[in-house]
Design a binder for this molecule. Structure first.
Ligand code: GLN
Ligand code: ZN
Length: 767
């Protein structure tokens, strides 16, 4: 008899209860007891959902007050020592200080969890790091679950994944120097779990889906041999990709079983099943934990049946990964129509899908239950059939355009050298032109009028009026500041993806489809369910109006195809690149319309370009090829005189520079100030051919950068980038900042550019 489980459930709550409780605690509006109460309520609710659905275990340990990696460190006692906390006495307030920083201590670094949009706190490793025990919170949670009568499976971040994801801070020659301590720490923890009556521990080792060096691979055999002596049975879980090359290793590890992600790595099954040991559990992740489509239950069942025949009760059926990455409950979506809803499955619905699969495999259901199971299969078939034929999804207008796309659509008329000289003639910009990345401070009034318009409290014309006066103000300030290339400020945009998605066919928006991004921050990614089509212009009116207010060039502002894709839930019935191409064509129409309306400079933002990179480097080329092509198709419909900009932030670019160059934007602005322009070295070495605007100040902090600092950074940039190619701009958009600091910083930035121009002038005279 197969068993059913999930690798984890979202912790934030269907109404983001955890977020509000955290934030209220941080503000001092409620105490620790209230926060703990909310946590306990959420855990109990989520366990009940799992038990009621019919899973064989509830998962304990997937809850975190901020982040599961930080939770693991707190449990092991391996918190960064620079904060001076006693790991065993850690309070919730201390824990949040680690995550968020304080006046005396900067926060732990945060980075993306593999290729998801979830951010974890990066462990800090030093020779002093201890692993001899910390808080007892996990044990309290286990006791809670037991008291509620649940059969608990405990989840832990695995020792090698934890060690691997940390950053060496001091005193270590290699992370492996810490390995003996890590192993001892986990041994102690596992022994305690066994004593607490835990029947199974899920131990997450997603690093196995990366291209690991052989010493890391070998470490698995050594470490796991030492972990299992006095420990509950371990289920070692892999996810986010196939782990086929480790089949032999995983087969031989002394663990109860192994979990494979069959949604991301369907083909790997054969490599495992051939000689899977008689006594080992194989857990198969067949319900997608990364996307929100209803599963194709028939196809999955067909795949599972032969496994069931061989494995019997050693077959576990589960989610591909933790359900952390999907929204909580479809039940709360009353704005979506029934048809669209029938295609979707959120975390709560996925529990039932998994149980339906298990029940169908075991065919042990009572008559009533059998009907219920059958209903899931019927709904799954119906969803599939309607998605195959729906005219909301398959749009002949789009199909026709796609069929007509040729390679020529991706190329500008002339090469960069020709284009830039025509553009310079037309634009007549000074050396080191100054500009910004697009958004200006989003004041409370702007947010209010957007919200009022959305709720229907103010009419369209009133709304236009309010936005236009904001644009007028932003243009006037930029003129005052003496910036060379202006923007309209994006007051009409609440979010750079949502704004466009709402105007495109094929996109839907949920009311409560929240997913945790980090800490208390949640995002509500749009859903791309059908062919993407732009029925009418999306930004032309705003940009055109803004251009009438100034003689300076007004930069049009769009979100690029890769970012539109990356920050959404994407349909799974065609390759991602096909959807990217549809978005690119929609944007191409917008770019051409902007040009026709007299906008001579258009920025296509791609902040998410790098985060789309596959986990395995061998898959990079395929991704980069289609991603670059999508960008180019969106941009290449204009004449040589129209200048295309792009903007990227948040990441390291040096390993993908040839592809960034291949995007062939006339100008790229990138975040560099936090790395002290070091990021630019790569651009210099690679001799990046087109114009570059390295960010000269960090917009993430309200501190006003001084002229000298920016001048110094610019001088550094001049060492790497030819003067003719260099632009001056902040790191990113200014929407999260307030006006006073924004104005002051830009004033300094313009001054820095002027001083640099004078310097060049003097150099020329001297020569
Ligand atoms: N144009 C956008 C803005 O200025 C870019 C945002 C981003 O890069 N994330 O807000
Ligand atoms: Zn940015």
């Amino acid at each position: 008899m197969a068993l059913a489980h999930v690798l984890g459930f979202p912790r934030i709550g269907a109404q983001r209860e955890l977020k509000f409780a955290q934030e209220s605690f941080w503000k001092g509006a409620s105490d620790e007891a209230a926060l703990r109460e909310t946590g306990a309520t959420l855990r109990a609710r989520h366990w009940k959902a799992q038990a009621d659905a019919g899973l064989d275990f509830v998962t304990v340990g997937d809850f975190a007050w901020y982040d599961q990696l930080l939770g693991t460190l707190a449990l092991l006692g391996a918190i960064p020592q620079r904060f001076g906390f006693d790991a065993k006495q850690l309070t919730l307030a201390d824990y949040f200080t680690l995550a968020r920083g304080s006046k005396q201590h900067f926060a732990m670094e945060m980075t993306k969890w593999f290729d998801t949009n979830y951010h974890y706190l990066v462990p800090e490793w030093s020779i002093e790091t201890q692993f001899d025990g910390g808080v007892d919170w996990l044990f309290d949670e286990i006791a809670e679950a037991q008291a509620l009568g649940h059969q608990a499976k405990v989840v832990l971040v695995g020792p090698l994944t934890l060690l691997y994801l940390g950053k060496v801070k001091s005193g270590l020659t290699h992370k492996f120097d810490l390995l003996p301590k890590v192993v001892a720490g986990y041994q102690k923890l596992l022994a305690r779990l066994q004593a607490a009556g835990v029947h199974a521990v899920q131990i997450d080792e997603p690093i196995l889906a990366l291209e690991l060096d052989s010493d890391w691979v070998q470490a698995f055999t050594l470490v796991y041999a030492e972990l299992t002596a006095s420990a509950p049975p371990l289920l070692l879980t892999t996810y986010f990709g196939e782990v086929q090359t480790h089949a032999a290793l995983l087969r031989d590890l002394p663990v109860m079983g192994v979990h494979l992600d069959l949604v991301r790595g369907d083909a790997q099954l054969d490599a495992f099943i051939a000689d899977w040991p008689q006594d080992k559990v194989l857990s198969v992740g067949v319900v997608d934990g990364r996307n929100l489509w209803r599963s194709d239950l028939d196809t999955i069942l067909t795949k599972l049946k032969p496994l069931q025949a061989r494995l019997g009760d050693r077959l576990w059926v589960g989610s591909s990964c933790s359900l952390l990455h999907v929204p909580v409950d479809l039940k709360n979506e009353d704005k979506l129509d029934q048809e669209l809803k029938s295609w979707l499955s959120f975390a709560t619905q996925k529990l039932s899908e998994i149980v339906a699969l298990k029940a169908a495999l075991n065919s042990d259901a009572t008559a009533v239950f059998a009907q219920e199971i059958e209903a899931h299969f019927v709904a799954s078939r119906a969803a599939l059939a309607s998605r195959r034929s729906s005219t909301r999804i398959h749009n002949p207008l789009v199909q026709k355009r796609l069929a007509a796309v040729t390679e020529a659509h991706a190329e500008r008329t002339s090469g960069f050298t020709t284009r830039i000289s025509k553009q310079q003639k037309k634009l007549n910009l000074p050396l080191f032109p100054t500009t910004t990345i697009g958004s200006f401070p989003q004041t409370a009034e702007i947010r209010q009028s957007r919200a009022a318009y959305k709720r229907g409290e103010i009419g369209h014309l009133d709304y236009l009026d309010q936005m236009r006066s904001e644009i007028r103000l932003v243009v006037q300030k930029q003129e005052e500041l003496g910036l060379d290339v202006l923007v309209h400020g994006e007051p009409e945009r609440n979010d750079m993806v949502e704004y466009f998605g709402e105007q495109l066919w094929g996109y839907a928006f949920t009311a409560n489809g929240w997913v945790q991004s980090y800490g208390s921050r949640c995002v509500k990614p749009p859903v791309i369910y059908g062919d993407v089509y732009r029925p009418e212009a999306m930004t032309v009116g705003w940009s055109q109006f803004a251009q009438t207010l100034t003689d300076k060039p007004m930069k049009g502002m769009l979100t690029g195809p890769v970012t539109m894709l990356q920050w959404s839930f994407v349909r799974d019935d065609q390759p991602r690149e096909a959807t990217a191409l549809q978005i690119a064509l929609a944007l191409r129409d917008e770019v051409c319309d902007l040009e026709k309306a007299g906008i001579g400079m258009i920025q296509i933002d791609e902040p998410a370009f790098r985060e789309g990179l596959p986990l395995k480097a061998r898959d990079w080329k395929h991704y980069l090829d289609w991603a670059v092509r999508a960008f180019k198709i969106s941009a290449a419909g204009v004449t040589d005189e129209t200048q295309i900009h792009t903007h990227m932030c948040y990441s390291e670019f040096n390993d993908i520079l040839p592809w960034i160059a291949a995007m062939d934007a006339d100008v790229i602005t990138i975040e560099t100030s936090r790395s002290d322009m070091e990021l630019l070295d790569g651009f210099g070495e690679f001799a990046y051919p087109n114009d570059i605007g390295p960010g000269v100040y960090d917009i993430h902090s309200p501190r006003v950068a001084q002229v000298d600092e920016m001048e110094r950074l610019l001088r550094k940039a001049r060492g790497v980038i030819p003067d003719q190619r260099l632009w001056v701009n902040p790191d990113c958009g200014l929407k999260t900042r307030a006006w006073p600091e924004t104005y002051a910083a830009l004033e300094n930035m313009v001054l820095a550019a002027k001083r640099l121009r004078a310097e060049v002038e003097a150099e020329r005279k001297a020569a």
